[in-house]
Design a protein around this ligand. Sequence first.
Ligand SMILES: Nc1nc2c(ncn2[C@@H]2O[C@H](COP(=O)(O)OP(=O)(O)OP(=O)(O)O)[C@@H](O)[C@H]2O)c(=O)[nH]1
Ligand SMILES: [Mg+2]
Length: 227
Amino acid sequence: MTAEPRLVEVRRNILKQNDVVARALRERFHEAGVFVISLVSSPGSGKTTFLEKTLTLLFPRYRVAALVGDLATDNDAARLARSRAPVKQITTGTLCHLEAAMVQKALEEWDLTQLDFLFIENVGNLVCPSSYDLGEDVRLVLLSVTEGEDKPLKYPTIFNSADIAVITKMDLSAAAEFDEKLADHNLQAVRPGMEVFKVSAKTGEGMSEYLEFLERRRAGSPDGAAV
Ligand SMILES: Nc1nc2c(ncn2[C@@H]2O[C@H](COP(=O)(O)OP(=O)(O)OP(=O)(O)O)[C@@H](O)[C@H]2O)c(=O)[nH]1
Ligand SMILES: [Mg+2]
């Protein structure tokens, strides 16, 4: 019984420290003029596949780069590097989320003024990453058609701390008997007004709407409306 308040206090201090670093990162991003998007989801929802497609589609027109967090391997960095964009792996060891200080360290030698978009793939987890600000402009949560429409209700914090949602693997929608209406309803229940994109990184379906949204947000429209 006595251990609990101490744990809560340590956690609060860690979060406070993270917020200080995240604020400094956000300032650095804004000064450099780079637009930063982080991706969170459960393991295997399709973050890396979606990000590889995003980097490949943006690469000819924009200067793009990515950081990717993983507990143990650099597999995702190797996959993302196929897009030809600069990519750096952050290996977290036992930690189930990225922290602002890890992002800061990974970017130490990068000249951010040379970038238009920076993407940060978080560790696959629907709980831990939600409380850690990384200084990003947009936090994007992915939900795949195969993992169940009820995930927003079961893990509300990760969904209501995100700015936009992307439903992935739409090419598998029929086979998974995915109920689009129910997923939309559940997303809106935890984050009213949240913009939702439906994509398949395999077929490319829905990618252009999402990329246009990012371009508009980068151009300064806070809600992604045409500027
Ligand atoms: N059919 C189909 N499969 C997909 C799609 N996107 C991803 N996948 C598959 O889903 C699996 C997991 O995809 P990843 O991109 O590795 O998922 P992730 O979220 O990065 O996984 P972690 O980094 O381990 O959390 C892989 O087998 C992908 O090929 C898609 O749009 N359609
Ligand atoms: Mg991945």
